[in-house]
Design a protein around this ligand. Structure first.
Ligand SMILES: CC(C)(COP(=O)(O)OP(=O)(O)OC[C@H]1O[C@@H](n2cnc3c(N)ncnc32)[C@H](O)[C@@H]1OP(=O)(O)O)[C@@H](O)C(=O)NCCC(=O)NCCS
Length: 120
């Protein structure tokens, strides 16, 4: 896996980056993503906007599936994945989610404040 992300999204509020989503291509059509918001900016819907924007860019970039690794106790990110029909797996104490991008998201997602920082 390249150390350089294919997609880097930033959530910016009042000119300051408060959250990022990185997506790495791990095999053809498949990306591993990671997202994080600064403390104090969580639980306000910004994570959903970042996540939805990430899926939108990956889908239009030709990716068909994604995976995401997290703690089993990470309710927030697991809710984001489940809301998009993703599956949660546990293997040897590790939790990860997989999601197909084949199905269109439906209505245009709310991605306010989220901008593309880099696409390779
Ligand atoms: C994971 C993360 C990006 C989610 O972003 P967020 O802005 O906090 O999440 P949102 O406010 O968009 O909420 C998303 C969903 O999780 C729920 N949620 C948010 N915080 C929660 C909490 N502390 N406990 C339970 N549910 C929570 C929301 O209610 C929402 O679900 P709903 O739409 O079904 O009501 C953020 O919490 C974070 O940066 N965590 C640390 C890094 C991390 O764990 N990254 C994931 C692994 S790559």
């Amino acid at each position: 896996m390249s150390a350089k992300p294919q997609i880097l999204l930033e959530f910016v509020e009042q000119g300051v980056v408060r959250g990022v989503l990185e997506a790495y291509r791990t095999s053809p059509g498949h990306a591993e993503i990671a997202l994080s918001l600064e403390d104090g900016y969580r639980g306000q819907g910004h994570g959903r906007r970042l996540f939805e924007a990430g899926l939108m860019h990956l889908q239009s970039g030709g990716f068909r599936t994604i995976e995401l690794h997290c703690l089993a106790s990470n309710t927030a990110v697991l809710r984001l994945v489940s809301a998009r029909g993703g599956e949660i797996h546990s293997h040897r104490g590790e939790t990860y989610a997989t999601l197909s991008l084949a199905t269109p998201a439906g209505a245009e997602p709310d991605t306010a404040g989220v901008g593309l920082s880099g696409v390779v």
